[in-house]
Design a protein around this ligand. Structure first.
Ligand SMILES: Nc1ncnc2c1ncn2[C@@H]1O[C@H](COP(=O)(O)OP(=O)(O)OP(=O)(O)O)[C@@H](O)[C@H]1O
Length: 777
């Protein structure tokens, strides 16, 4: 079956075989069959130059589709193609919306020459420098942008994170400059920039500059941004420059100071245009655009099309071609990112964080995203006890920010704890794991945060930590992003120990042979004396577990607690509730009844059972006690599915807006707790608008910090109100299933329900309905 696609839908030429999609009702979608050599590519370009523009309409959408066939080919041998399977694609001439065709686009045989950079008639200097960086084939967005960009079209483009958007504009722009470059007059000192790239953050600007510099070291590329001295930037500009990359605030300052003149700019690139709006750069951007020559080519990259970006496109772009490789109906996340969701409390997040890093990053790099700068500092500090970590946010000086990012890039530390400042655009190689320590404010932020891993076709993992009250938001996020989380428990201690040992073993290969020789006699003696125990002890020591880790609740993840499971023969009784557990404990071991923490009923209706927390020592003792026949009590390492019947309440992004009213104040789901108040935590985080970090020379994510600090306090208060933390001192009230009663003592006041019949007020041993009640003891 023939499919899409069409450069050729736009640029008809005899050199190209055109296929019409069988199910299209008009001369709509056609594919480029034959683009297997430099000459074909040139044909294409020539045809493009003489083309009046797109004329075809699909039968399903009022716009033509466009994509080189190889891009839609899952069977291709190209890694980059494999990495980009399933990309949506849409070209739109009419409105600056990202639209998406619902047509299915079957695979076609590919020809890797179409993407082979060495066969595209690009300047050899550019091809060589790309090759030296391991870049030999175009990625889909690069392929899609290249032809119209070389033809001089204005372009609006969107593609998933980490798919090479920088070179999508970089390659055509560099080609343009390199061709001019042959004219010696253009190398004159003091020459004015011909390319201007605007980026919303300093880090992104620096990164774009780096990518262009590395791809075309023979061009003079200068990066200008706030937070550092003007002098260096001014003198770099005065020496003559080809490409200027910068953040809008500093660019305006330099224009005003007459150090930067834009009258020779031929190419304008707006990278992450929607983010410019989010960080409040819209006015600055417009001032800059007003300063540019009207004869120029403009390319705008934007993840979304808010009204301002549309307005910008209408006002400053000339009949732009829209290239959308994301689409509305497909997964917005880059391929190759495995998603997990883990339920945790505000307190337990801290406890499990280093375990997540140990188990999921496996020694690679991790970025942890927090909502606030304060949290970023605190979380990073807390981690530093076990793992090397640094914080990154807008309160940190520009120099330190750069030192931190360089250190992270070079692997000097493995965990970066950042606010959303680092969510957009940053390209750090080999980030294996993203942890959303807190829910993002909106689906876009989730996509961008997660997109710091799984870049350029690589694999990665993203873990979303959520509180029990945020479960519905997680589902909304799945719908919005078009992704699926695997809901898992935090790693069990056994997994953490195993991963730690593996990482230690992996480092052994790096030990110098001479050092090994030095230690060999001792090792031999130890093995003779102790066998494998000696090696195990060494591994434990190197893993940082010279003492066994203390037990941890599977429910709250609090250290020092053990989760047990109680299963009762269903024949014994028809009733099973949290009270049944407390009743059982009172009968078997009164101290356990006094100390029991969270209790959850097992969801499977065929099973009469619950899981519950006890302090480690009490749990150990309980496990030695005789228990009534027909009951099984055991320590578990994984939670079974639990009943989940409470209404969730949480806010993020537009859901917050819509549903804030009804949800505020509703109690969350989350099982019963034996003391200290009510059902599980209530999360009333405020929601905030998303802001970047870099309001250039202004305070960056100050707004987000303010609003979420408020949220943070609520959060903690909510957490404390139900946690066991105040239990001992403030535990005069006893609450089961949300009703208060006086706190029980294990003997005279019995606040639980009978384990046998389910009625309150008496123990199973005193149950009038039990035929074998004496056998309980
Ligand atoms: N054709 C290619 N072959 C191999 N690697 C490439 C290619 N194009 C780009 N890359 C590399 O892929 C990585 C991601 O590219 P880039 O940062 O441009 O992605 P992006 O789409 O802008 O991501 P984001 O949306 O997160 O900003 C970079 O390290 C870049 O050098």
């Amino acid at each position: 079956m023939a499919s899409l696609i069409g450069v050729s839908s736009i640029y008809q030429t005899p050199a190209l075989e055109l296929y019409q999609r069988p199910n299209a009702t008009s001369t709509s979608s056609v594919r480029l069959q034959c683009l297997d050599s430099k000459s074909h590519f040139n044909n294409l370009l020539r045809a493009h130059r003489h083309s009046p523009g797109p004329t075809f309409k699909t039968g399903l959408k009022p716009t033509p589709t466009f994509l080189p066939s190889a891009i839609a080919t899952p069977n291709s041998s190209l890694l980059s193609e494999e990495a980009f399977k399933g990309l949506g694609r849409h070209f739109d001439q009419t409105d600056h919306q990202f639209e998406h065709s619902s047509d299915s686009l079957p695979a076609e045989p590919s020809n890797s020459d179409e993407l082979d950079i060495s066969k595209l008639d690009l300047p050899s200097r550019l091809v060589d420098s790309l090759k030296s960086r391991g870049i030999t084939h175009l990625f889909p967005i690069q392929r899609a942008v290249l032809v119209p960009a070389l033809q001089g079209r204005d372009i609006i483009a969107r593609a998933k994170t980490g798919t090479g958007k920088t070179l999508a504009f970089g390659i055509p722009v560099i080609k343009g400059l390199t061709e001019d470059e042959d004219e010696p007059s253009l190398r004159r000192s003091g020459r004015l920039p011909r390319v201007l790239v605007l980026a919303p953050t300093r880090e992104l600007a620096k990164q774009v500059e780096k990518e262009i510099k590395e791809s075309a070291p023979y061009l003079n590329t200068v990066c200008v941004y706030g937070g550092v001295s003007y002098v260096t930037q001014q003198s770099a500009l005065s020496r003559g420059v080809d490409v200027v990359v910068g953040t809008p605030g500093r660019i305006i300052d330099l224009i005003n100071g007459k150090s930067l003149k834009l009258n020779e700019v031929q190419y304008l690139v707006l990278d992450e245009a929607d983010q410019m709006l989010a960080v409040g750069f819209e006015e600055d951007v417009e001032v800059i655009l007003e300063n540019l020559p009207s004869q120029r080519q403009s390319m705008l990259f934007s993840a979304t099309m808010p009204a301002w970006v549309k307005k910008l496109a209408r006002k400053y772009l000339n009949n732009p071609l829209t290239i959308d490789l994301v689409g509305d109906e497909e997964e917005k996340l880059a391929e190759g990112i495995k998603l997990y969701a883990i339920s945790a409390t505000a307190t337990s997040k801290r406890t499990i964080l280093s375990d997540l890093v140990t188990v999921y990053a496996k020694g690679g790099k991790t970025i942890v995203f927090t909502q606030t700068k304060k949290d970023a500092d605190e979380v990073s500090l807390a981690l530093t006890n076990s793992i090397t970590s640094e914080a990154l946010h807008g309160d940190i000086s520009q120099h330190q920010r750069e030192r931190t990012l360089n250190g992270f890039r070079q692997g000097k530390f493995t965990v970066l704890v950042a606010t959303d400042v680092a969510a957009r655009g940053l390209d750090i190689p080999n980030v294996d794991l993203i942890i959303h320590y807190e829910l993002p404010n909106d689906p876009e932020t989730f996509v961008h945060r997660s997109g710091r891993t799984g870049r350029a076709g690589k694999q990665g993992t993203a873990i979303l930590l959520y509180t029990s009250s945020q479960r519905r938001t997680v589902r909304s996020l799945e719908r919005d992003v078009g992704c699926k989380f695997e809901f898992v428990s935090p790693p069990a201690m056994e997994e953490v120990l195993e991963s730690s040992a593996e990482q230690v073993v992996a480092t052994l290969g790096g030990v110098h042979p001479e050092s090994i020789q030095f230690f060999t006699p001792t090792a031999q003696r130890l093995i003779e004396e102790q066998g494998t125990t000696a090696l195990a002890a060494a591994l434990a020591q190197l893993s940082g577990f010279s003492r066994p880790p203390s037990s941890r609740s599977l429910i709250t993840h609090e250290q020092g607690w053990t989760t047990l499971q109680l299963i009762r023969d269903s024949e014994n009784s028809r009733y099973f509730s949290a009270r049944s557990v407390t009743g059982f404990l009172s009968d078997v071991f009164s101290s356990a009844a006094d100390e029991v923490g969270k209790i959850h009923i097992i969801a499977d209706e065929r099973v009469q059972g619950a899981v519950f927390d006890l302090p480690e020592e009490i749990a150990k003792e309980l496990l030695t006690k005789d228990i009534p026949p027909g009951n099984t009590i055991s320590k578990i390492t994984k939670l079974p599915p639990l009943q989940d019947d409470g209404p969730p309440s949480d806010f993020y992004g537009r859901f917050a807006d819509r549903e804030r009213g009804n949800r505020r104040g509703s109690t969350s789901r989350g099982g019963f707790t034996s003391r200290g108040g009510g059902f599980a935590s209530r999360d009333r985080r405020g929601f905030k608008s998303s802001r970047g970090w870099d309001g250039e020379d202004s305070d960056d994510d100050d707004f987000s910090d303010r609003s979420s600090r408020r949220g943070g306090r609520n959060f903690k208060t909510g957490g404390n109100s139900w946690s066991r933390a105040g239990g001992k001192s403030g535990g005069d009230d006893w609450l089961i299933g949300g009703r208060r009663s006086s706190r029980p003592s294990s003997s005279d006041r019995f606040g639980g329900a009978c384990f046998n019949c389910g009625e309150s007020g008496h123990r199973a041993s005193d149950c009038p309905k039990s035929s074998n009640r004496r056998s309980f003891f």
